[in-house]
Design a protein around this ligand. Structure first.
Ligand SMILES: *Cc1c(COP(=O)(O)O)cnc(C)c1O
Length: 499
């Protein structure tokens, strides 16, 4: 199985090379040249498998150069004993109204990024070994919060790697920030950037494109790689839980083999929902993906109109991990939906870069709308969903998942579609406790305590236990204090790496 670039100007490469490089040399994203398809019986047989085995089945289809032992090593390293707080890894809970919640936040940092970032370091290390790469991989990450911590936890003290994380000073919660600046590990660097996520991401893209820096690095036996959701090694592990959710529904008797279901996905960079799209291309019977956005509703508008227009105000919302205006992974979807028309993709991406906007043709928009439905929810709507879901079902949503629930409810009413639906839950409510407390206890009660005291208060109120890693966070020593302007990012990296 080879991988090609969405811009069509790079050579086809194996999985190891695609994972090692992250971004293709022509600026495009790597996609598998063909998508393996599972038969209905094969998917039904997933019911008999544990999560690690399910992951192994899917990964081995895409990783031709990896031995079965290597794939098993990766799935064990990521999802083996002690890694996730729930042995089912991604448990599915019935909400009581015919919908289900897929909890993707039982990993070490309590958000769904762990699903991929517990595996990526192992895939990356093996990939570099297989392709005769440098002795040390330097991972650069721009993060809106959750990715940073999850990547740091994934790479911490993994030999032959180091990791540099940039987070925007504006747009991460106190807890997220504290989780990152207290990061341990001898190979971890955390830097704050004055600005928002897009500033940090643009800065990282520039560093990746800097040929001179690359040469200096090479001379020292080092090379850059990416842990952002553009890396195929990030996307691949995320395909697994869509199949796992379907198997769990089969097991509960909620669906029969072949029955279609919907997924509602809180979306930012379009990574999570794109993995779902690949699962659907692989044969998973999905009727609609309900793409849930917040006030940064660039993707909702795109699904509705076919115009992607990033020239709009940037809002900070109660779901910081969805506060994004450039959803990089959309490029992969467009590549697939245009019948792999690299020339057109290149034109659209160039228009986006130059003018901040592009529009797709009617045929492509039609294909998008066949598979996706979208709307967005305001902060107030998200907080209402938290309160109502708790009072109706005793279930506590985080703000990102609440956006998905609110948008799903609108979809059900608008489309009159009663298809079994899985809401993809992306964070523990304790991670974004300030806004969960505002929703549940009211503004006043929430504002009298800081974010480090609120978990206990929420726990007392709901009976839900505080996750161990979020206890005593304020007492941990700060190890990373540096704040940069975007223009200073490149020099900071050079300095850290001694080149
Ligand atoms: C990253 C993240 C999202 C958005 O996922 P994308 O793959 O970027 O679309 C949603 N919720 C949470 C909690 C996240 O961490």
């Amino acid at each position: 199985m080879l991988y090609e670039s969405t811009r069509g100007l790079s050579d086809r490469v194996g999985a190891a090379q695609a994972i090692r490089e992250g971004l293709a040399p022509d600026g495009g994203l790597y996609v598998p040249e063909r998508i393996p398809v599972f038969r209905t019986e094969e998917m039904a047989a997933f019911v008999e498998l544990g999560y690690q085995e399910q992951a192994g089945r899917i990964l081995s289809e895409y990783l031709a150069e990896f031995t079965p032992e290597e794939v098993a090593y990766c799935t064990r390293a990521a999802y083996g004993a002690g890694k996730f707080a729930d042995p089912r890894i991604a448990p599915l809970r019935a909400l009581g109204d015919g919908s289900y919640i897929l909890e993707l936040w039982h990993g070490p940092t309590y958000a769904f990024k762990d699903m991929a970032l517990q595996m990526l370091p192992h895939l990356l290390r093996l990939s570099v070994q297989k392709t005769g790469g440098a002795a040390e991989v330097v991972v650069l990450v721009a993060t809106s919060g959750d990715t940073g911590k999850a990547a740091l936890e994934g790479f911490k003290d993994v030999p032959g790697t180091s990791i540099i994380v940039f987070f925007p000073l504006e747009g991460v919660s106190e807890v997220q920030k504290r989780q990152m600046v207290t990061q341990e590990g001898s190979n971890t660097y955390v830097l704050a950037v004055a600005g928002n996520f897009d500033d940090a991401q643009a800065g990282v893209k520039e560093i990746f494109a800097d040929q001179e820096l690359k040469r200096r690095l090479e001379a020292r036996g080092k090379e850059f790689s990416s842990a952002n959701s553009i890396n195929w090694g990030r996307l691949l592990p995320q395909i697994v839980y869509y199949f796992a959710a379907y198997a769990a529904l089969l097991q509960k008797g909620a669906v029969q083999p072949g029955d279609k279901i919907n997924f509602a996905v809180p979306t930012g960079n379009f990574g999570n929902i794109l993995a779902g799209f690949y699962a659907r291309e692989m044969g998973l019977p999905v009727k609609k993906f309900i793409l849930a956005a917040n006030a940064n509703n660039v993707l909702s508008e795109f699904v509705r109109t076919g115009v992607y227009d990033r020239r709009r105000p940037f809002y900070r919302t109660v779901c910081p991990s969805m506060d994004i205006l450039v959803s990089s992974n959309l490029e992969r979807l467009l590549f697939e939906l245009t019948g792999r028309d690299a020339l057109r993709i290149s034109e659209w991406m160039q228009e986006l870069e130059q003018n901040g906007v592009y529009g797709v043709d009617g045929t492509t928009l039609g294909r998008v709308q066949e598979i996706f439905w979208s709307d967005w929810a305001s902060d107030a709507a998200a907080l209402t969903a938290i309160k109502e879901t708790y009072s109706r079902y005793g279930y506590l949503l985080d703000p990102h998942t609440a956006v998905a629930c609110a948008v799903y409810e609108r979809y059900r009413d608008a489309a009159g579609d009663a298809t079994t639906t899985v809401v993809v839950s992306t964070a523990s409510p304790f991670k974004f406790n300030r806004d969960v407390a505002r929703a549940l206890l009211g503004e006043e009660a929430a504002s009298t305590h800081d974010e480090f005291a609120l978990p206990e208060i929420l726990s007392k109120y709901t009976g839900w236990p505080v996750p161990p890693g979020l206890q005593g966070l304020d007492a941990k020593p700060v190890r990373h204090r540096r704040v940069l302007r975007r223009e200073e990012m490149r020099d900071a990296v050079a300095e850290i790496l001694g080149v």
